[in-house]
Ligand binder design. Sequence first.
Ligand code: BDR
Ligand code: CA
Length: 310
Amino acid sequence: AQKIIIDTDPGQDDAVAILLALASPEIEVLGIVAVAGNVPLALTQLNARKVVELSGREVPVFAGCDRPLDRDLVTAEHVHGKTGLDGIELPDPRLPLQDRHGVDFIIDTLRAEPAGSITLVPIGPLTNIALAFRRAPDIIDRVQRIVLMGGAYFEVGNITPAAEFNIFVDPEAAAEVFAAGVPLVVMPLDVTHKALTSRDWVDQMRALPGRCGPAVAGWTDFFERFDTAKYGSEGAPLHDPCTIAWLLDPDLFQGRQINVEIETQGRWTTGMTVADWWRVSDRPANALFIKDVDRDRLFTLIRDRIATLG
Ligand code: BDR
Ligand code: CA
């Protein structure tokens, strides 16, 4: 199985990504590291444990950084609700939070496992990953690849006119990760805004036996309100599950191998992913930047996998 570490700020769409990974036998989740993002760390680590417990699987959950490298934390309760995981009530988890700091877990695991065997899947701000690389540069070459949700090109911004949330919250961290030389697969808003739930799919999820399908329906119903009000689009964007879906079936997606730089000093554009889609610079490609997805197959995959969790 493909070994991964999920770095996350749950978040309803993060939660669906976690369930999708835990439901997939091709993937072995070595650990889940929480980061401050959609809501503060105290909530993201709690939410991560709630989601693991809901899945019925056992995976260690760690707390990473509680704030960006060089900035104050910006959160997104306006999208995700006060808890970060509004939409359904989940019991307090019995699953304990691990003692070790999440950044140490990332470093130790990359050192302990064979080089090139671990994929990092960051679906929140990139603080933990950047700090791990700063503290232990020897691990950078040991990462197989990074498959992340963040950024935008044609769709530009969702937290400022120019920036997507995950990159905007910690642009310095993002800049370091994008410059690290690790092969990157990037799921920007350009593709995730095409991964919109349909009424029919949400109803199918709600009708699944067990607890996970109805939980996903509750989350996406809550999440949808924001996008409908804001963009007039129907359905909730399942941003973060696109990363796990790419690992399961990369043929679902289409993109280009291009250069992407992160703006950290913009007057208006801090956190922008400056994506050289048309290859007008001579800067070398550092990312597979995804733009399109086979929506029907994506949603069938998510439904069928989460159905196996019960
Ligand atoms: C990203 O920001 C968060 O609100 C979502 O969980 C996703 O990771 C989308 O911009
Ligand atoms: Ca997220």
